[in-house]
Design a protein around this ligand. Structure first.
Ligand code: ZN
Length: 134
């Protein structure tokens, strides 16, 4: 794992939270993106070499909507940057972690991603992400 790529924060209203984080970080989001496969609208803020991802549910049955229902707004996942996501998935499966998808899938912000079930990681949802090269 190379670094913490971003921290994902579940929010109820992306527009309100974009304003809040723009004031907090003194910078506008560099990207706002809908990810239909995950039923979320996202925005990304650059903070030095790390990023903050805000996620709002676009569907009441989505994982983000259920998370907020259960735990309220707040930190939803930590994403680690990896160079070779398939090799890393193999390594982590062998270590006994529960992968939520068997093959990498296309995530937000031009990334291949894979999630690890929080029950195998002390309650913290983990995202692996690899930049898709152009
Ligand atoms: Zn993420």
């Amino acid at each position: 794992m190379n670094k913490i790529e971003h921290i994902g924060i579940a929010v109820k209203n992306l527009e309100d939270s974009n304003k809040l984080f723009t004031a907090l970080l003194n910078a506008e989001p560099y990207k706002v993106e809908k990810v239909d496969s995950e039923s979320v609208s996202t925005s990304f803020f650059q903070v030095g070499e790390s990023k903050i991802e805000l996620l709002e549910a676009t569907d009441p049955n989505s994982a983000i909507a259920k998370f907020i229902e259960k735990r309220g707004e707040g930190i939803h996942h930590i994403a680690y940057d990896v160079t070779d996501i398939e090799a890393e998935m193999k390594r982590l499966a062998k270590e006994g972690f529960t992968l939520l998808n068997e093959t990498p899938k296309k995530g937000a912000d031009n990334k291949l991603v894979c999630f690890l079930h929080p029950k195998s990681t002390n309650g913290v949802l983990i995202e692996l992400c690899q930049e898709i090269s152009a």
